[in-house]
Design a protein around this ligand. Structure first.
Ligand SMILES: [Zn+2]
Ligand SMILES: [Zn+2]
Length: 187
């Protein structure tokens, strides 16, 4: 059954009669849109208000972790007295060893470059994002100075890619040679 995806507008072969999107990427985008619609609807806003109400606690005195001033707070997780203290707290955390350790672990666990590429690939699926990217490219190309810079950058990237490919090929060859010349292990 041929249907048209309500997100990207492409035709796709639907297996269910009530299918609305073509695949996982568009499903994610649709979910996001639905959630946003719900939050902006009267029911969604009322639910948000009730959630805030539930989190509210009786006003109590809290000591600010940055400036040490006492102030009254009626929410549970409050730690700072003002926006400036809050941004100071964020700044301290950003430069703290705790965050650096977490970041190091994170980089070891994930290939960030691949993740970013994947994210960009998914976002490109959205018509507005694609249009914006194309517009940006057009602008850069129309400026001779920027266009020249971009050309140089592309050439540099290509050179780097070639060099690293050569390096890895050479490494593989060395490995193969040592593997072949190895003494056979006596059994
Ligand atoms: Zn789609
Ligand atoms: Zn403070």
């Amino acid at each position: 059954m041929n249907k048209r995806c309500m997100i990207c507008g492409e035709e796709f072969d639907a297996r269910r009669h009530d299918a609305k999107v073509c695949g996982d990427t568009c499903r994610t985008i649709k979910k996001k849109q639905d959630r946003k619609k719900h939050h902006e609807s009267p029911i969604g806003r009322e639910k948000y208000r009730l959630m805030l109400e539930r989190r509210r606690v009786l006003p109590r005195s809290v000591r600010c972790v940055i400036c040490g001033k006492s102030f009254l707070a009626n929410h549970a997780m409050v730690k700072c007295c003002s926006d400036s203290c809050r941004s100071e707290k964020d700044k301290r955390y950003y430069h703290s060893d705790e965050r650096k350790a977490w970041r190091k672990q994170y980089l070891q666990r994930h290939d960030v470059r691949l993740m970013n590429n994947e994210r960009r690939r998914k976002r490109r699926h959205i018509p507005e994002v694609r249009e914006r990217e194309l517009e940006y490219k057009r602008q850069r190309r129309s400026d001779p100075k920027l266009a020249q810079l971009d050309r140089e950058r592309t050439a540099e990237l290509a050179r780097n890619r070639k060099a690293s490919a050569q390096f890895f090929r050479a490494q593989a060859m060395v490995g193969a040679v040592t593997e072949a010349t190895k003494e056979p292990t006596p059994c």
